[in-house]
Structure formats: structure tokens, C-alpha cells
Ligand binder design. Structure first.
Ligand SMILES: Nc1ncnc2c1ncn2[C@@H]1O[C@H](COP(=O)(O)OP(=O)(O)O)[C@@H](O)[C@H]1O
Ligand SMILES: [Mg+2]
Length: 222
């Protein structure tokens, strides 16, 4: 047996002890599929946010810290935990803020993606050139009287249209979501990847949104 075999075998034994198959640390918490398995600490911060969430009034919470400190991991673990414990009482959504997107468009997309059975939401995603979870169909019905009654329905799938501004507002969609869920919590991650002046402007433009009926979790760095 050569040295490589030995090293691999020792590695396997070590990983088996921890119930792992490979290195659990990804560069970003974004891609980590077993976050709960490796997540440690942050009890005080988690308890702070969970206590805030008991309030009836929606709040916006800024998760603040240097890049790599664990903001994405924190937000993900929190949202996954809330969803697991509260089920349909809560709707949780998370989106990475892309350049050239304002907060309300990001929030609208995040929310729509979590409403796969809502035709409005899926239509909106489609109109924005984003993939909806429902195939959108157009229907053509022809009916006629010809020795009795004859009707045919032709159905075809509609291709996504070119991106355009939302025609459905975030508020419209939030109304629909709040009919089914007590709380809507939207995490907008990567605000910290914007330059500080732009991040400030985005927050200023989103004052109304952030003081509305949805909870927001935003991440930012000093
Ligand atoms: N509480 C934690 N316990 C274990 N690993 C963590 C924890 N927080 C973050 N990490 C790991 O550290 C790395 C960076 O975390 P991330 O959340 O992406 O940082 P940020 O979003 O602040 O840039 C990831 O690999 C993540 O899995
Ligand atoms: Mg991050």
C-alpha cells in the first residue's frame, strides 16, 4: 500500500468519525448544503433576532460584520430554522442583491420565487425574463354548433419574455402572501458587495419598503 492509499484511508476514518464525506467548509455559506451540520456558536445573536421576531410589527434587521465573518451563514441558518419550526405560518425568502437591482425589485423576485402556486407571482417572474416554476400556457378555445356541440382547446407553452420592469408591485404580492402566512421574512444578502455610497442610496430609496409589513434581514459590512 502506498502513501497516498494510507493518507486517503486515514482521511476517510477521520471524516467517518465526524459523519462527513468531504470538507464541509465552502468559500461562501451560499453553496453549503449542510450548514446546520457545521454551524456553531452565534447563540446570543440568534436569540436576539428570534426575540425581535416575536413582535407584531415588522422590522428591518441589519446583520453587520466583515466579509467572511458569517453573515450569509447566520441568515441562512436562521431562515431555515424558522421555516422548519413554523412551517406555513411564515414565508421566508432569501436573495442575493445583484448590481443594478433596487431593493424592492429584489424583494419582489425573492417573494415571487417562494410563491410557486401563485399565478400572479409566476407570471411576474416570467414577464421579467426570470424562470417561473409553473410553465406558462396560453389557451385558445374554439367552440361551435355542428351536429351537436363541439369544442376544442389548444394549449401551448409561452416562452419567457424579455426582461422588463415589474408590473406587479411588491406590495401587491405581499398582500397575497400575507393572506396565507402570518409573517413574511425576506433576506436581501450581499448588500455588502455594493460600494458604500450605492448601498446608502439603495437604503434611502427603500425607506417605505423597509417600514412596511414585511420583515427584512439585510447584510452589510463596515
Ligand atoms: N457560525 C458558523 N459556524 C461555522 N462555520 C461558519 C459559521 N459562520 C460562517 N461559517 C463559514 O465561514 C465561511 C464564510 O461565511 P459567510 O457566511 O459566507 O460569510 P459572509 O457572508 O459574512 O461573507 C463559510 O464557509 C461559512 O460556512
Ligand atoms: Mg455573504
Amino acid at each position: 500500500m502506498n502513501i497516498i492509499d494510507n493518507l486517503l484511508r486515514d482521511g476517510d476514518n477521520l471524516y467517518d468519525q465526524w459523519n462527513l464525506t468531504d470538507i464541509p467548509f465552502a468559500e461562501s455559506a451560499e453553496k453549503l448544503d449542510r450548514l446546520a451540520q457545521v454551524f456553531t456558536g452565534r447563540e446570543a445573536e440568534l436569540s436576539q433576532v428570534v426575540n425581535l421576531l416575536r413582535s407584531r410589527d415588522a422590522k428591518s434587521i441589519l446583520v453587520y460584520g466583515w466579509i467572511g465573518i458569517g453573515k450569509t451563514a447566520f441568515v441562512r441558518l436562521l431562515l431555515e430554522g424558522l421555516k422548519r419550526s413554523l412551517g406555513d405560518r411564515v414565508l421566508t425568502a432569501r436573495i442575493k442583491l445583484e448590481a443594478n437591482t433596487d431593493l424592492s425589485t429584489a424583494a419582489l423576485i425573492a417573494l415571487a420565487r417562494q410563491m410557486p402556486n401563485d399565478e400572479w407571482a409566476q407570471y411576474q417572474l416570467n414577464c421579467m425574463g426570470l424562470r417561473s416554476s409553473l410553465p406558462l400556457r396560453s389557451r385558445k378555445t374554439t367552440a361551435g354548433a355542428d351536429m351537436g356541440f363541439k369544442a376544442t382547446v389548444e394549449e401551448s407553452t409561452v416562452a419567457p419574455e424579455a426582461p422588463q420592469f415589474p408590473t406587479l408591485s411588491f406590495e401587491d404580492l405581499l398582500d397575497r402572501a400575507l393572506q396565507k402566512h402570518e409573517r413574511v421574512i425576506i433576506a436581501i444578502d450581499d448588500l455588502d458587495k455594493q460600494d458604500p455610497a450605492r448601498a446608502r442610496q439603495l437604503l434611502l430609496n427603500a425607506q417605505g419598503l423597509l417600514k412596511g409589513r414585511a420583515w427584512f434581514l439585510l447584510t452589510g459590512h463596515p
